[in-house]
Design a protein around this ligand. Structure first.
Ligand code: HEC
Length: 141
């Protein structure tokens, strides 16, 4: 094989392996963590509705009387757990895996999932509970 051809083949092989490595990194980044997946879900849910809707519902429902919620004025309640970093929690409501669907269902009607819980239903619709969930995942850091 001529030297020039061999060198360009080697260059091509080097480019290909760099591209493969970059691809692998991209896959890892895309797979990401649970937290990132929830962030994506939250953003998807948010983009389907007004971004501020969840926040307004949290204020109007008085969630802050029972929970510390970063970003919500006067939300310093100590009846339930702080909702800071809720997106990173593994379990919510004592026994539910922390998925967008579970958190939405919890916020809509906690006692349907956990009859003994002290948290009452606040009269939110499924859509409203979704908006609250989206806001909490994205903003309650
Ligand atoms: C009357 C007090 C009260 C009010 C009002 C209230 N909660 Fe709760 N909440 C609780 C308690 C107590 C728990 C813990 C329940 C359990 O684990 O059984 C809880 C649990 C939660 C959890 C699960 C947290 C975790 O880490 O397990 C979320 C999320 C939550 N509440 C969101 C809300 C939102 C959003 C609102 C307003 C729409 C709200 N809460 C209003 C008392 C309240």
């Amino acid at each position: 094989m001529r030297e020039g051809v061999r060198r360009s083949l080697q260059t091509l092989a080097a480019i290909a392996s760099v591209a493969l490595a970059a691809g692998a990194v991209a896959v890892v980044v895309r797979t990401g963590t649970e937290q990132q997946r929830r962030d994506v879900d939250a953003v998807t849910a948010l983009s389907a509705s007004a971004p501020s809707a969840g926040r307004a519902l949290i204020v109007a429902s008085g969630c802050g009387a029972c929970h510390v919620i970063p970003g919500i004025p006067r939300a310093r309640g100590q009846v339930g757990p702080s909702l800071a970093g809720i997106a990173g929690r593994a379990i919510v409501g004592g026994s539910l895996p922390n998925t967008p669907d579970n958190l939405q269902a919890w916020i809509e009607d906690p006692r349907r999932l956990s009859p003994q819980t002290a948290m009452p239903a606040l009269g939110l619709s499924s859509e409203q509970a979704r908006q609250v969930t989206a806001w909490l995942y994205a903003e309650a850091k």
